[in-house]
Design a protein around this ligand. Structure first.
Ligand code: NAD
Ligand code: UDP
Length: 320
């Protein structure tokens, strides 16, 4: 994708800001929009003098017209369990009204459209690893439902605009991703554990730490997303790193990396916390020729300088 005018929603967030960088690097002109509810303008500060980049602060839940765009990446949404618990109704609205508003823009300007969906669509999965054909196991009224159901609605909306209005759309189901610009205080496990280890505080593990996640480094994820955006696939595609870690072993890896002998403290497991998660990426491999390159140890090393620079004094916020 190059030499296009591209709209990125959620541009001041972790993933949105990396996406803006990659799109600009490829020669595109980018309009980033964000309401800054969970994002950070500092993520875009390095683009201040970039003539091909513009930023507008707006809420995508209100209809807006960015002018003619060739492509839309819809990344706006609170994304961490702490953020979407705090912003429950806003999360439902951005997944529903926000998605419809941006799909209307795609329809109006015949723009390509890629929506950031999530492994949370699978809920607490009974199928492991998760394939795109699995319909999921989501509690529709639990504390995570504001996020999970908003994302499931947004997938239905994207498919409807594709079927009824021929929008050239793509759906990426993103699995846990980390790297520089992850918000330090967003309560996600990598932000919490890295910050705690660097501050010399005990590392918090929820439950017994035997639940699993599969962590993808941000540059791998962005490469997969750009490949999907250029493809002709309209059905969901998992993008993530299938290397699966228990949360306890992830904490131990972080302690080893930082050379810390901090304790691990166990706290209650949040309700409906998925027991295991690992993407089946066969579809991304065969369709896009994409595989992740960076394993957890290397990715944590590559993120270390960012966390060292950005940890603030005081306690790490967490969802307990
Ligand atoms: P983030 O919180 O860093 O970024 C989200 C951005 O969206 C923030 O800048 C926020 O201010 C903005 N936003 C929220 N509501 C908005 C609204 N109504 N109008 C305009 N802007 C709004 O989170 P992230 O990790 O960068 O996630 C980006 C997208 O990727 C989200 O849609 C998320 O659901 C999806 N995703 C992320 C992960 C991950 O591991 N990071 C995993 C699965 C899916
Ligand atoms: N978690 C943890 N300690 C923390 C933060 C999270 O043990 O300080 C656990 C959380 O309960 C979940 C996993 O780590 O089982 C991943 O949590 P995160 O919030 O990063 O993402 P999720 O995949 O649950 O959306």
């Amino acid at each position: 994708m190059n030499a296009k005018r591209v709209l990125v929603t959620g541009a001041a967030g972790f993933l949105g800001s990396h996406l803006c960088d990659s799109l600009l690097h490829a020669g595109n002109t980018v309009l980033g929009v964000d309401n800054l509810s969970t994002g950070n303008p500092a993520n875009l500060a390095h683009l201040r003098n970039e003539s091909r980049f513009d930023f507008e602060r707006l809420d995508i839940c209100q209809p807006f017209d960015p002018g003619k765009v060739d492509y839309i990446f819809n990344f706006a949404s609170p994304a961490s369990p702490l953020d979407y618990a705090r912003l429950g109704v806003e999360t439902l609205l951005v997944g529903s009204a926000g998605t419809i508003n941006t799909l209307e823009i795609a329809k109006k300007y015949h723009a390509g459209y890629l929506h950031a969906s999530t492994s949370e669509c699978y809920g607490d999965p009974e199928v492991h690893p998760q394939t795109e054909t699995y319909w999921g196991h989501v509690n529709p009224i639990g504390p995570r439902s504001v996020y999970d159901e908003a994302k499931r609605f947004s997938e239905a909306a994207v498919m409807a605009y594709h079927r009824y209005h021929r929008v050239n759309s793509h759906l990426v189901r993103i699995f846990n991703t980390y790297g520089p610009r992850l918000q330090i205080n967003d309560g996600r496990v990598i932000s919490n554990l890295m910050s705690q280890a660097l501050r010399g505080e005990p590392l918090t593990i929820y439950g017994d730490g035997m639940q699993t996640r599969s962590f993808c480094y941000v540059s791998d994820l962005i490469a997969g997303i750009l490949a999907l955006a250029d493809s002709s696939e309209h059905l969901p595609v998992n993008i993530g790193n299938p290397e699966e870690w228990t949360i306890l072993s992830c904490a131990e890896e972080i302690l080893k990396l930082i050379g810390s002998d901090q304790k691990i403290v166990f706290k209650p497991l949040p309700q409906d916390d998925p027991t295991r998660r690992r993407p089946d990426i066969s579809k991304a491999i065969s369709l896009l020729g994409w595989t992740p390159k960076i394993q957890l140890r290397q990715g944590l090393e590559m993120s270390l300088a960012y966390f060292q620079e950005h940890i603030e004094t005081g306690l790490v916020q967490n969802s307990q």
